[in-house]
Design a protein around this ligand. Structure first.
Ligand code: HAM
Length: 416
């Protein structure tokens, strides 16, 4: 048997209905915040991610699906969408276009990670990017958008964690300080931290290994190393989040796994998730557009892991689909069922029927298995009387109605 690739998933009903609901809720919310959709290719030139995400990050060093195409060019399945969105804006000269300054995307991303609960090799993100606004208000409003999306999804125990990672002006001196402090206790750090200390010392702060925690707790704090401008920006973001009613926790060791961030970084975690508790993450990335060949324009954004969000959502009682199953049996009923189905569909109803005759009993069983809400019974008697029996499979109630009244009754949700 040929199976799905490890770390990827097939999706079908009823699970897919939750995906569709979430996507619709997200699209509606983005609309309310004035965002437009962007779709970029799943495949990009590898160079984009090396330059955009950073060549020392875990994503670039060990998690990308990278391969040469038939002409030997190095391509990569996108591990995230921010770099691709920026590439598209630069390529189409849209970096200054107000019509393209608030974008959202929904789609698959690929990372070669060790699969576990909440971690996949093909996973899906819903993401938002705001281009061209350097003000702290843009950070706060875009974080509020993320918080709104989570509250619309009834997420259990979401927590916004906030930090500032400074800017190219203040970060180098902080990193020097951090490296110096950690080098003194190098031998006590885990192997990963010892390696990171050389290549990407900030990432050490993010280590989850228990024995590293006391050392990291005593290390110099990022928020104490900020320059005046970064400090003021951070303070303003906090103030505006308060104004918008978004509660948050300060997390001075939050650094995120991508190199493009400056100033604000944030994550939203959920107590309903296990080890992989980050539902959503993002921040400010003012140098990214320039880094990949565009203008020196600021940006802010986040991405949400769809699989994780769905895991953190409370279970909803399974509802019957608002569809109608036409059960027909007897002389002349097939032709009437066919035309009735067509008529009801034209009025906006979802209708299913079979093309070979079966007993009403077997039809009702099938309607039940199809999880539809309505069964419409069409036998010879009904045909003669021109009245059809509409059965609500949710309540068990049934009534006889003329064809002209069926659509309205079903759309109204049942017996009046
Ligand atoms: P990220 O933190 O790498 O950020 O990913 C965002 C979210 O994607 C995570 O919080 C998580 O929910 C989900 N995620 C990541 N990896 C996996 C995985 N292997 N399996 C399941 N879910 C996963 C970014 O991707 C940035 N591009 C976010 C951003 C947008 N920053 C600015 N704009």
């Amino acid at each position: 048997m040929i199976t799905a690739v490890k770390g990827t998933q097939d999706l079908f009903a009823p699970e897919i209905l939750r995906w569709q609901k979430l996507e619709t809720a997200a699209r509606n919310l983005f609309e309310r915040y004035g965002f437009g959709e962007i779709r970029t290719p799943l495949l990009e030139h590898t160079e984009l991610f090396v330059r955009g995400i950073g060549d020392e990050t875990d994503i670039v060093t060990k998690e990308m699906y990278t391969f040469p195409d038939r002409k030997g060019r190095s391509l990569t399945l996108r591990p995230e969408n921010t770099a691709g969105v920026m590439r598209a804006l630069v390529e189409h000269r849209l970096c200054d276009s107000s019509a393209h300054s608030r974008l959202y995307y929904i789609g698959p991303q690929f990372r070669y990670e060790r699969p576990q609960k909440g971690r996949y090799r093909q996973f899906h993100q819903i993401g938002a990017e705001v281009i061209g606004d350097a003000s702290p208000g843009s950070d706060a409003e875009t974080i509020a958008l993320a918080a709104d999306l989570l509250s619309a999804s009834d997420i259990l125990g979401p927590v916004v964690q906030l930090n500032s990672v400074g800017c190219p002006k203040c970060r180098p001196s902080y990193v020097g300080l951090l490296r110096g402090a950690l080098l003194e206790r190098r031998a006590e750090l885990c192997g990963d931290c010892q390696r990171r200390l050389e290549a990407n010392p900030l990432r050490v702060l993010d280590c989850k290994v228990p024995s590293c925690q006391p050392i990291l707790d005593e290390a110099p704090r990022l928020d104490e190393g900020l320059c005046e401008e970064c400090h003021a920006h951070h303070e303003k973001v906090k103030e505006l989040l308060g104004l918008l009613g978004v509660s948050f926790q300060l997390k001075p060791r939050l650094v995120r796994g991508l190199d493009y961030y400056v100033r604000t970084v944030f994550e939203i975690t959920s107590s309903a998730l296990g080890a992989q508790d980050a539902l959503l993450g993002g921040g400010r990335y003012d140098g990214l557009l320039k880094q990949i060949g565009g203008p020196d324009a600021p940006g802010f954004g986040w991405a949400l892991g769809v699989e994780r969000l769905l895991m953190a959502m409370p279970p909803v009682p399974e509802e019957r689909l608002g569809r109608t199953y036409i059960a027909w049996s007897g002389e002349g009923t097939y032709a009437r069922a066919l035309s009735l189905a067509r008529d009801l569909r034209a009025r906006g109803l979802a209708v299913i029927m079979e093309h070979s005759e079966r007993s009403f009993k077997s039809s009702l069983k099938r309607a039940d298995r199809l999880n539809v809400r309505w069964a419409l019974l069409l036998g010879e008697d009904e045909l003669k009387a021109e009245k059809f029996t509409l059965k609500d499979l949710q309540t068990g109630e049934q009534e006889a109605l003329p064809a002209g009244e069926l659509a309205a009754r079903i759309l109204n949700g049942g017996a009046s």
